[in-house]
Ligand binder design. Structure first.
Ligand SMILES: Cc1ncc(COP(=O)(O)O)c(C=O)c1O
Length: 445
């Protein structure tokens, strides 16, 4: 068969409306990935590109790992689909049990979705439903945080705090939300390694401004990412999450950790909750649970919340919510393959083993052209570049494109360049990733 010529290729690219993409720009110069293995993509022209972002913060076990591939293959031939609406299949129960075993003590029931966005909208319904069943039906307000990212569905978008993701959808945003200040402060905390020693008091805004303004009796939950990712990789100050926990507990407000990025080993523990020693009431997860191989997400809740639904909602369906593909057999098979791979290769410990090399690599950019901040924790980090006058994001995007051309994928988040490699990465991959970015920075205006 003849290879398609350029015109055919251009025609066939037209019909796909790509998400979060400058469509014409991609279609005029496609970055087409046709294969992947371990730490690398293979491109249509045969070149290899090092994956420095676990694709979208998800491929924690690396690409096309044998246990995951085999589990999906086997499952596709054994049970392609079974619904979890009043019927079940064993794999969903196995994955729930395994995820609960990894979760912090007391969070032991798991509800499945297909994505992080669905997990966030699900957790919001759970929070409101839980309060209502306990006779506190006025608790419907949600508190997110500036620069937070909780997906793209209506609830998640409303509690998110990334302006570009909100500005076009004014009337769709839920009214009953408010936002804590973000913790990013270049004037006092730029170039901090790990968690900053100052800034815990930013959590006090919850008690000093938000609770008095709305009254705790109207607030269902606070939702934050322990380390925010898609908002630019923001690491919480020491003690900040503890303080949020204490305030929430004092006021009967649920604390939700959105661990869609942090979960499944990113910080060197199964969940960030364990890294920080702070136990929320509910955790949302996705991405790393299958190492990105098949879409799966979910919510882990503490027993008391599950029990409240079971006891108080009465006979019949206790929670009027669920997705056709909640607990899909292929996704569950992929999750079991991923969880086995993580356990057998002790991958959740990799961020601890690589911590110093990764941190040193991220902070090696201090003093590089345009760099105004470097941030890191576990195996997630970012450098922040000064924005070009009148063109926010342009410099970050240029770094991404030039790195790609040199065989390294790092992600621009506005003018931040994010690093989040698969947990299987080795020092040589870090050296290549940071070395390429350093080289590129010297060429960027
Ligand atoms: C913290 C967080 N929550 C939710 C989401 C949304 O997940 P998804 O894209 O799977 O819907 C993301 C995606 O990056 C995320 O980082």
């Amino acid at each position: 068969m003849n290879a398609p010529d350029k015109t055919q290729a251009a025609q066939s690219l037209e019909h796909y409306w790509m998400p979060y993409t400058d469509n014409p720009r991609f279609k005029s110069d496609p970055k087409m990935i046709v294969g992947a293995k371990d730490m690398h993509y293979r491109l249509a022209d045969g070149r290899e590109v090092l994956d420095g972002l676990a694709t979208l913060w998800c491929v924690n076990a690396g690409h096309c790992r044998p246990k995951i591939v085999e589990a999906i293959r086997r499952q596709a031939g054994a049970l392609d689909f079974a619904s979890s609406f009043s019927t079940g299949h064993p794999l969903a129960f196995q994955v729930a049990e395994r995820v609960a075993a990894l979760a912090p003590e007391g969070l032991d029931h798991v509800f499945f979705t297909n994505s992080g966005s669905e997990a966030v909208d699900t957790v919001m319904k759970m929070a409101v439903g839980y309060h209502r069943l306990r006779g506190e039906g006025a608790r419907t307000r949600f508190i997110g945080r500036e620069k937070g990212y909780h997906g793209v569905n209506i609830g998640g978008m409303s509690v998110s705090g990334v302006p570009v993701n909100r500005k076009a959808y004014g009337g769709l945003l839920l009214g009953g939300t408010d936002h804590l200040r973000h913790t990013h402060d270049l004037s006092t905390r730029a170039f901090t390694r790990g968690c900053a020693a100052t800034g815990a008091e930013l959590a006090d805004e919850l008690e000093q401004r938000i609770v008095p303004l709305h009254d705790a009796s109207n607030i269902a939950a606070v939702i934050v990412e322990p380390v925010s990712g898609a908002g630019g990789v923001l690491v919480p100050p020491q003690g900040y999450l503890q303080r949020l926990r204490e305030i929430c507990t004092r006021h009967g407000i649920l604390l939700i950790f959105d661990e869609v990025i942090c979960g499944f080993g990113r910080l060197g523990t199964p969940f960030a909750s364990q890294y920080f020693g702070v136990t929320p009431d509910m955790i949302t997860f996705a991405k790393g649970v299958t190492s990105g191989s098949v879409p799966l997400g979910g919510v882990i809740v503490k027993k008391e919340i599950y029990d409240t639904f079971m006891k108080s909602a009465g006979a019949g369906v206790q929670f009027f919510h669920g997705y056709t593909y909640s607990g899909h057999p292929l996704a569950c098979a992929a999750a079991l393959g991923a969880l086995d791979t993580y356990a057998e290769e002790n991958l959740f410990d990799r961020p601890n083993q690589l911590a110093k090399a990764f941190e040193d690599g991220v902070h090696s950019f201090k003093g590089s052209p345009h760099v105004i901040d470097c941030r890191n924790l576990g195996l997630i980090g970012a450098i922040e570049l000064a924005a070009r006058a009148g063109a926010p994001g342009a410099r970050g995007f240029e770094v991404f494109e030039k790195c790609w051309d040199k065989g390294v994928f790092v992600r621009p988040v506005g003018d931040n360049v994010a690093f989040c490699p698969p947990l299987i990465c080795e020092k040589k991959h870090l050296d290549q990733m940071f070395g390429t970015v350093a080289e590129v920075l010297r060429t960027v205006a």
